[in-house]
Design a protein around this ligand. Structure first.
Ligand code: FAD
Length: 299
């Protein structure tokens, strides 16, 4: 199993030390499985700080998430984080899941509340016998084992939050419960992220806040998703993808350019860690990482 030895990548001309992480989702068919593993194999040599695997809405992928994370640890030798939500599981069931992750050598958990099984926008109801809020889940995970715990953060506030201050207060509760780092919802406006970071620091939150970067594989799809999760899609971004519905090759080139511009600008603002929402596809993320100076460290 390769040893990461805390390698950070140097971005030559900027002198910055960059670290990246990658998010995958558990595959639900043989074809998706092939795509995922091809992507893991392509991205693994870039020596990510960690990779994470999501947990299906409503707790629907418990086994598949477990299988995927365990295989990433045992076969790819990467540090892996399993997402867990409060949805659809009792406290005892979550304890069992945590124990099985510890047995499989999984050191990191991404702890989330999750969305109501009825769908985004419906009223959230805690599962009977389960954890009510994310902060309770974080505290329980820290108590159960020696896991590092990441939580979510929302630069444009979570749709259920009254305002950004309520949202930051909620993040603080998760940090007070033991969260070690936060990964943000994706965003396209770096000014919004910078302002958010300033506010978070002023609120006394000192853990790393890692920006979540979503390369635009498919503009329509990401615009729909952004509308549901409260991410603003700027006009300039819409304009760049206009008229390209039938031109996947050009879309891909533009997507790489857009995401590279975004991360380079964040580097200029002092950010050095990035979490990529890969959608289980490697090419765009590989190209953006290359631009960032993140290269194969084993060759
Ligand atoms: P929390 O941080 O617990 O809450 C979000 C906001 O809602 C809070 O900031 C707060 O303002 C408000 N809020 C929540 N509860 C209360 C309350 N009781 N009182 C007052 N305000 C409250 N979903 C999945 O199903 N599976 C995944 O694998 C997954 N991975 C994710 C990874 C990242 C990095 C992110 C950003 C999101 C992910 N999600 C995932 C989506 C997430 O589950 C939803 O956004 C969900 O609606 C909120 O969960 P959370 O843990 O982010 O919420």
């Amino acid at each position: 199993m390769p040893n990461r030895n805390n390698i950070r990548h140097k971005l030559g001309d900027k002198g910055a030390e960059i670290d990246v992480s990658f998010e995958f989702f558990p595959p639900s068919s043989d074809k998706q499985n092939e795509t995922l593993w091809a992507s893991v194999k392509r991205l693994a040599p870039l020596n990510p700080a960690f990779v994470s695997v999501t947990y299906g809405a409503g707790g629907s992928t418990r086994e598949r998430t477990h299988k995927t994370v365990s295989r990433i640890v045992s076969e790819a030798g990467l540090k892996a984080a399993a997402h867990i939500t409060c949805v659809g599981a009792t406290r005892e069931e979550i304890d069992d899941v945590l124990d099985s992750y510890a047995d499989a050598g999984v050191s990191d958990i991404v702890a989330l509340r999750g969305d109501p099984p009825e769908g985004v926008g419906e009223k959230y109801q805690p599962y009977p016998g389960g954890y009510e809020q994310t902060a309770d889940l974080v505290a329980a995970i820290k108590k159960r084992g020696s896991f590092e715990v990441a939580v979510s953060a929302y630069p444009e506030k979570h749709p259920e939050s009254a305002d950004i201050w309520a949202d930051i207060e909620y993040l603080k509760r998760k940090v007070d419960a033991g969260a070690d780092r936060a990964i943000t919802q994706f965003f396209f406006d770096n000014d919004v992220f910078e302002t958010y970071l300033e506010r978070v620091r002023k609120a006394g939150i000192t853990i790393p806040i890692i920006p979540g970067i979503a390369p635009v594989h498919n503009f329509k799809q990401i615009a729909n998703f952004a509308a549901r999760c409260g991410t603003h899609v700027p006009d300039w971004l819409r304009h760049r993808f206009e008229g390209l519905d039938d031109d996947p090759f050009t879309r891909q080139l533009i997507a790489a350019a857009v995401a590279s511009e975004q991360v380079m600008d964040l580097v200029d603002r002092g950010i050095s860690d990035f979490h990529f929402y890969t959608m289980n596809r490697a090419d765009l993320v590989f190209a953006i990482c290359h631009m960032l100076g993140v290269r194969n460290t084993s060759s």
